[in-house]
Design a binder for this molecule. Structure first.
Ligand SMILES: Cc1ncc(C[n+]2csc(CCOP(=O)(O)OP(=O)(O)O)c2C)c(N)n1
Length: 638
């Protein structure tokens, strides 16, 4: 497609000079740009297709160079990026050095917060409003757009409760497409389903007659408003819950009728106090295959289109990821042990749990985007005698920190945490890298921290975890599995596996960088260095016997982890060595530095932080040089 209008939109202000037919053309061009980007990379897709009209209407009615706009989560920000001066760079999105796939204040003043975690939009929009009011800028409007998938997050209700108390001028747009990544679940989902059959309801009671006179409403809106009385009669109308919470409710509104949307937004813009406008959209709107399979097209693998509205080919990956290995091992455990059950927080697809969901429906729990609840719920199940496995990405588990502390660790309950995406999560970037879990969990007594060194470790480690009398947290990356050829060594709590001993130096790997350490050690041997590798397996309890032996016997020690160095595995080794009065000047820690890591492919990012094989070799040789070591053993025996 020839982009005629998009290149001319340098800022949302340019939208104002477009005619209505041109706006509709612009919507088509935005969809075309979205379709183009997914031909050669995985990117968020169906959610973006669904908000095109909503985005245009919002930017037409409000001036977000002054007003405030927060897109909840932020994965549906692409149309917003396209009309806020980033069309020219759009093809770089999710590539290293290119645009981020989430809001990024470093790219544009129109992006206020760098986000990627769901649920906080109403809180930040409310905070912006409160701050603006106190700074004598009360004319700045504040808008949060939140999906029905994110709506059940606890923080949403904390924010709504607070907004009602503050009576703040806050507009919440509920973007209801009946989907999270998977079809939405839970009581609130059922409640929203009722709204689909309820008549249009306008809770802006006091403003109705005034608005009717003042606004140039089209026939549709007039008709809708006239249904107001009927709606009031129906007790179970779609907005009752929100009205009870102190919000004025308007809707449901067709989220693909750009002109209608604009009219309703003009209306709510004039209303004071917290307002919730309920908008129905279709995930994938405008691209039929995405409408038909919004789960797959949430963030599809690269695909080629067939004509305008079809799919010719999809580049599905044939390789097996750690996520698959864990999910297969879980499935196997569930077959053998009726006490094992699995919890996910709306990530059934990401965690590859659909087979578990289908075959063990009684022992599969999708809590929705409610990580804190999931963990406390798992605590309850464990107390009752079950063996719950909480399968949540490392970064999202941060949401449940206090519940890990109180409902699990403090009670010493046997809950297993499977922390997917632990390490560099790739193109999603800093909001999604699972960088911090080692540090944030290591501090809790009772909690065992484990990480498979490779695929061979996955199933036995999981089996160990679900049968442990204590809580166990297992971390693994977003990566394809690797297998290091070696004799089997059973998993024992707090026991490392010595893969090879090296007199000159030792890599102590915590997690799946183990295989890279093995390769680095091999390369170092060709340079004459006798370097060994330990697969640590546990960060807590730490195998101090093995660690201390390496510290005392080897020329140098390099700890290696795909996690934040601060408070991480290497820190645990150093602390233990220091406590034992051992020398530590020959120990170096390799891992993620004390800064947020940008987006890019995992392998690219590992190079940047020196965790690729070359980086490991270079770290070893430079440390050996600093320590004035000679490549002794191998050279002598060669
Ligand atoms: C705290 C948290 N948990 C899980 C996710 C993963 N996630 C990203 S988008 C999404 C679904 C969001 O659904 P919804 O809010 O309805 O937005 P839609 O994609 O339907 O527009 C989920 C679960 C996340 N981003 N943040």
């Amino acid at each position: 497609m020839d982009f005629q209008l998009l290149p001319q939109i340098q800022s949302p202000k340019d939208l104002r000079r477009l005619t209505d037919p041109q706006l509709l053309q612009l919507a088509d061009e935005i969809r075309e740009a979205l379709c183009t980007v997914v031909t050669d990379r995985t990117a968020h897709f169906a959610s973006n297709l669904g908000v095109v009209e909503l985005c245009l209407a919002l930017h037409q009615v409000f001036d977000f160079s002054h007003d405030r706009l927060i897109w909840d989560t932020g994965h549906q920000i692409y149309p917003h990026k396209l009309i806020t001066g980033r069309f020219a760079q759009f093809q770089t999105i999710r590539r290293k050095g290119g645009l981020m796939g989430f809001p990024n204040p470093n790219e544009s003043d129109y992006d206020l917060f760098m986000t990627g975690h769901a649920g906080a939009s109403i809180s930040t929009a409310l905070g912006l409003k409160a701050g603006d009011n106190l700074l004598n800028q009360a004319d700045r409007r504040s808008v949060a757009v939140i999906g029905d998938g994110a709506l059940p997050s606890g923080i949403v209700f904390e924010a709504m409760n607070n907004a009602a108390e503050l009576k703040s001028d806050l507009l919440v747009i509920l973007n209801d497409n009946k989907m999270g990544i998977c079809p939405r679940v839970g009581g609130l989902a059922k409640y929203l389903d009722k709204a689909r059959v309820a008549p249009f309801y306008n809770g802006l009671k006091r403003d109705v007659s005034w608005l009717l006179n003042k606004l140039p409403l089209g026939e549709t809106a007039h008709h809708a408003l006239s249904q107001f009385k009927d709606a009031l009669k129906g007790f179970l109308h779609g907005g009752m819950l929100f009205e009870e919470l102190g919000f004025r409710y308007l809707g449901p509104v067709d989220g693909h009728d750009l002109l209608g949307l604009r009219r309703y937004l003009e209306m709510v813009k004039e209303v004071s106090g917290p307002v919730l406008m309920h908008v129905f959209t279709q995930k994938g709107h405008g691209f039929e295959p995405a409408c038909n399979d919004p789960v797959m097209f949430h963030a599809p693998p690269p695909f080629q289109r067939n004509g305008h509205n079809g799919v010719a080919s999809i580049k599905k990956s044939a390789s097996r990821a750690y996520t698959n290995a864990v999910s297969d091992a879980l499935y196997d455990l569930m077959q053998r042990d009726p006490k094992v059950c699995v919890l996910t927080a709306a990530m059934c697809e990401g965690n590859k749990l659909s087979r578990v969901r289908t075959d063990f429906p009684d022992r599969f729990f999708d809590t929705g985007i409610c990580e804190g609840h999931s963990v406390a719920f798992a605590g309850g199940m464990a107390k009752a005698g079950m063996k719950p496995v909480v399968d949540i990405y490392s970064t999202f588990l941060q949401r449940s920190y206090d519940h890990i502390f109180q409902e699990v660790a403090l009670q010493n309950l046997p809950v297993t945490f499977c922390m997917d995406r632990a390490g560099l999560a790739g193109a999603d970037g800093p909001t999604h890298h699972g960088a911090f879990d080692i540090g944030y969990l290591r501090v809790f007594p009772n909690l065992i921290l484990a990480a498979p060194g490779d695929e061979h470790d996955v199933a036995p480690m999981l089996e160990f975890a679900v049968n442990s009398p204590q809580p166990v947290a297992i971390r693994y990356p977003k990566a394809n599995t690797e297998a290091v050829d070696r004799p089997e060594q059973p998993i024992e709590s707090g026991k490392a596996e010595v893969f090879a001993w090296g007199a000159d130096g030792m890599f102590i790997a915590y997690g799946t960088l183990f295989s890279r350490c093995v390769e680095a050690a091999r390369q170092l041997r060709t340079l004459g260095w006798d370097v060994g590798v330990i697969n640590a397996r546990f960060a807590k309890p730490l195998d101090t016997d093995t660690m201390f032996r390496a510290i005392e016997d080897c020329g140098f020690v390099l700890t290696v982890e795909e996690g934040a160095l601060m408070g991480g595995f290497g820190s645990a080794v150093l602390e233990a060595a220091n406590d034992a009065g051992l020398r530590t000047d020959h120990i170096r820690r390799l891992g993620l530095p004390d800064r947020f890591i940008e987006h890019g492919e995992r392998d690219e990012l590992l190079v940047d932080v020196g965790l690729d094989v070359d980086g490991l070799v270079a770290a070893a040789t430079s440390l050996a040089e600093k320590l004035d070591l000679e490549p002794a053993t191998v050279a002598k025996t060669a």
